[in-house]
Write a protein that binds this ligand. Structure first.
Ligand SMILES: [Fe+2]
Length: 488
């Protein structure tokens, strides 16, 4: 908690003397207290003393602090170590099931990373252990001593090819590391093993007992017979990702056409929710020379503009905003929801969530993730392309992880618990980020890539990147039927 408080203070450029920090930490909800006192603290340009803060506390009743805390939609009660049902908060029919917001604990040191990867390993190991093929799996240390077929569950450290065309995996479990060999003539030679994923391996130790010869690779995956069961929900959810407000190429005309549709046909056909899976605004300093592509170069003004645009949407539609890599929250995933200073720029029909976030709406579980890791998956799995992000999302589901590869383009914060593990299996899984548009189904999970409202930028042209903008995927919560409306 102390770290989170310091993070909020630091991001607002506020320094507290130790005595003042103690006052903050003595509060029931230190974060809510800090947020309520931010404008007061900002009036003290050098350092906020204990005496300053005591004065503030005296002037502000407990009741007021409580009001501020309740007004914060970004502090869900979710704790990873308590029952999800009882702790999830419900806002306008939207229940937040799993979200980092208010639960961040990491400091980012080496032991944090060890703990983080152990949590990931254990979470996915539990899923793999349920696979029939992996019954009787053994730790690496025991398995390698046997002269028969063995089953192990391990995390992949490294993948390399030998000069003679075999593939070597360096794998590890809680206590041991070893090599696993995929012979060049094996049908598995083109299997897309990626760094840091957790897999099950069936194979035979070599004679010296130092290496596993792989016969089969098992992934946690989604059970084969999962289905999207129809229910009697009547609402629809629309998805509009990567709005990039503030960019010169924001598609105002197409956006307005979409809003007009939403106000009329959308509302009458039951669109009661709009989810924005990240890159709400274009941000500032996100890529080289971005200022040349901006019409608004003030981050707060960008959010203000978005707030104005969203005011056009009728009150009956609940809007859910998630940050992406262009937004004003920490870059490392999981990303927390927007802080109060930004959240306050929006109407009360707007709910702020973290990235990723598990939500429940009318009995359906929705996993919303901006999708930064699609870059890393495309870089590591040969069959994947930017033209078809849906396939990258299927690879995530197979591995039951949103961002398996560590150390690529997706920065990961080593939280105690791995919020990027895909558990439970969602009914609907949505991403944005790659400015593509598509809907599909994988073993009963509706998969959606939610387009963009920004035309190609000069930077994208330079990188030969072709967006598919101004499309609005809409899903019916009862039937699971998906359609993509085109506003070009
Ligand atoms: Fe984007």
């Amino acid at each position: 908690m102390r770290e989170q408080v310091l993070e909020v203070l630091a991001s607002n450029g506020i320094l507290l003397e130790p005595g003042a920090l103690e006052i903050v930490m003595s509060k029931d909800d230190p974060i809510a207290f800090v947020q309520s006192a931010i404008s007061f603290m900002k009036q003290h340009p050098l350092i906020v003393t204990a005496a300053d803060l005591a004065e503030y506390v005296k002037d502000h009743s407990a009741a007021e602090t409580l009001t501020v805390a309740n007004a914060l939609p970004d502090h869900h009660e979710f704790r990873t170590n308590v029952n999800q049902e009882s702790s999830a908060r419900k806002i306008d029919g939207v229940k937040i099931l799993k979200d980092i917001t208010g639960n961040s604990t990491c400091e980012g040191n080496i032991s944090d990373f060890a703990r983080y990867f152990l949590d990931r390993f254990n979470a996915i190991k539990r899923m793999l252990a349920h696979r029939r093929e992996l019954a009787g799996s053994l730790p690496i240390s025991k398995a390698l001593k046997l002269e028969r077929d063995v089953r192990i569950i391990a995390m992949v450290n490294e993948i390399r090819m030998t000069k003679t065309g075999h593939k070597i995996l360096e794998i590890e479990d809680e206590e041991e590391r070893c090599l696993a060999l995929i012979p060049k003539d094996s049908p598995l030679i083109n299997d897309s093993v990626i760094p840091d994923e957790v897999i099950g391996l069936i194979g035979k130790p070599n004679r010296k007992g130092e290496m596993l010869i792989v016969q089969e690779i098992i992934r946690p995956d989604i059970p084969l017979r999962s289905r999207f069961e129809q229910n009697d929900a009547t609402s629809m959810i629309a998805f509009a990702s990567d709005i990039h407000v503030g960019s010169k190429t924001f598609l105002r005309k197409q956006w307005d056409a979409m809003i007009n549709w939403l106000k009329t046909e959308g509302i009458s056909s039951g669109v009661n929710y709009l989810i924005v899976p990240g890159d709400c605004v274009d941000g500032i300093g996100v890529f080289p020379d971005q200022e040349e592509e901006l019409i608004v170069d003030d981050i707060f003004k960008q959010y203000e503009m978005l707030g104005e645009l969203l005011k056009e949407i009728p009150d009956g539609v609940t809007i859910i905003l998630q940050p992406g890599n262009h937004d004003a929250v920490r870059l490392a995933e999981p990303q927390p929801a927007f802080q109060k200073e930004i959240a306050n720029l929006f109407d009360s029909q707007v709910i702020m969530i973290g990235n990723p976030c598990y939500l429940e709406i009318e009995g359906r579980t929705i996993l919303s993730y901006h999708g930064r890791s699609i870059d890393d998956l495309i870089g590591n799995i040969q069959s994947l392309t930017y033209a078809n992000p849906i396939d990258a999302m299927k690879e995530m589901l197979k591995r039951r992880h949103l961002a398996p590869i560590y150390g690529g383009k997706t920065p990961i914060a080593p939280e105690k618990k791995d919020f990027l593990v895909i558990d439970p299996i969602p009914d609907i899984f949505v991403t944005g980020h790659v400015h593509g548009a598509g809907v599909s189904d994988y073993r009963g999970v509706r998969i959606i890539n939610a387009s963009t409202w920004q035309a190609q930028t000069n930077y994208q042209r330079m990188h030969n990147f072709n967006p598919d903008p101004a499309k609005l995927p809409v899903v019916h919560l009862g039937t699971g039927k998906c359609i993509v409306r085109n506003f070009n």
